[in-house]
Design a protein around this ligand. Structure first.
Ligand code: SF4
Length: 304
């Protein structure tokens, strides 16, 4: 396996000699190959994993019981600069079955009678990558009779099957951290083949057919210029979510993958594993940003 990894790490050396089209192709091949190797490595590593965790207190949704449909290996189509999971281990936009629905339902049983405000699909990566997303949502709802919520990065909303499955959720919170391709690349670091126009088109398509409550969540890492804020306001006016949620990276970033990171809302000083605390914009700037968005869109904005 070591020799296979060294072959992959040598590929970028020749990448600069290729056409842009072939660079994308080779980057995709590197990602796919790396993902396969990580999968093989994780299969040989014994990890204690439970697909239900918490409850945790969410600043947006109250007391939330978490469901992790992804599993012990963090897997996402983004690798956000601020991700509370640390560096994402498997970066992919391919959907697959990670955790069987029966296992999730069995893991939910000890939490009965589910005295929480919401049951949230999030966990160790992007929940819409799970092929059993729709099945999980409808069976969890039948079993618990609690409102369901999905936190998604919106990268798969261009897929009609994903939109249809996601519409089983009572609430959906969609991440949108960028209004320019450069901002998307810097903040969210998507896998090859994901771009901002597709993300925006996917959210708009989902918005059109969705009957539940739609929130747009935006993480602010640094102050935005006036043009960026203006574009953001236009996007919000056009998407017209029920609520906008603006926040700063209060949860520290683990230096390596920690399963606990998926639901850890503790203060950095109370966290037992090594983390990096991220710099935040001032509370005054955040309040100013939020007030301008509220004033210009008329959409309720929550921020912290
Ligand atoms: S979308 Fe969520 S899980 Fe994926 S990298 Fe970003 S913060 Fe982490």
């Amino acid at each position: 396996m070591t020799s296979e990894l060294s072959k992959i790490s040598n590929l970028p050396l020749v990448e600069s000699q290729l056409s842009p089209e072939n660079q994308v192709k080779i980057r995709t091949e590197i990602e796919t190959e790396t993902n396969h190797l990580l999968m093989k490595m994780s299969a040989t590593t014994e990890t204690k994993f439970a697909s239900v965790y918490g409850p945790v207190v969410s600043w947006r949704y109250g007391i939330s019981l978490g469901i992790d449909p992804i599993g012990p290996v963090s897997t996402c189509s983004f690798n956000c600069a601020y991700c509370q999971l640390g560096e994402i281990e498997v970066k992919t936009k391919q959907r697959q079955l990670f955790i069987p629905t029966e296992q999730i339902l069995a893991d939910l049983q000890p939490f009965a009678p589910w005295d929480v405000d919401v049951i949230t699909l999030s966990g160790s990566g992007e929940p819409t990558l799970a092929l059993n997303l729709g099945e999980i949502l409808s069976l969890v709802k039948s079993l618990t009779q609690r409102p369901t919520l999905v936190l998604t990065n919106a990268t798969l909303l261009g897929n009609a099957a994903v939109r249809q499955e996601l519409s089983n959720a009572d609430m959906v919170s969609v991440k949108l951290d960028a209004v320019t391709p450069e901002q998307l690349r810097r903040v969210d670091k998507p896998v090859a083949g994901i771009d901002l126009p597709d993300i925006l088109a996917g959210i708009a398509q989902f918005r059109t057919g969705y009957q539940g409550q739609l929130g747009i969540q935006t993480m602010i890492l640094a102050e935005w210029d006036a043009q960026g804020l203006g574009e953001y306001i236009q996007v919000m006016q056009s998407l017209s979510p029920d609520e906008i949620q603006i926040n700063v990276p209060k949860r520290p970033k683990p230096l390596k993958r920690e399963l606990e990171g998926r639901g850890n809302h503790a203060e950095p000083s109370a966290i037992s594993y090594p983390v990096r605390v991220l710099k935040c914009v001032s509370s005054a700037y955040l309040a100013e940003f939020a007030q301008e968005v509220t004033r210009s869109t008329g959409i309720p904005v929550r921020y912290r």
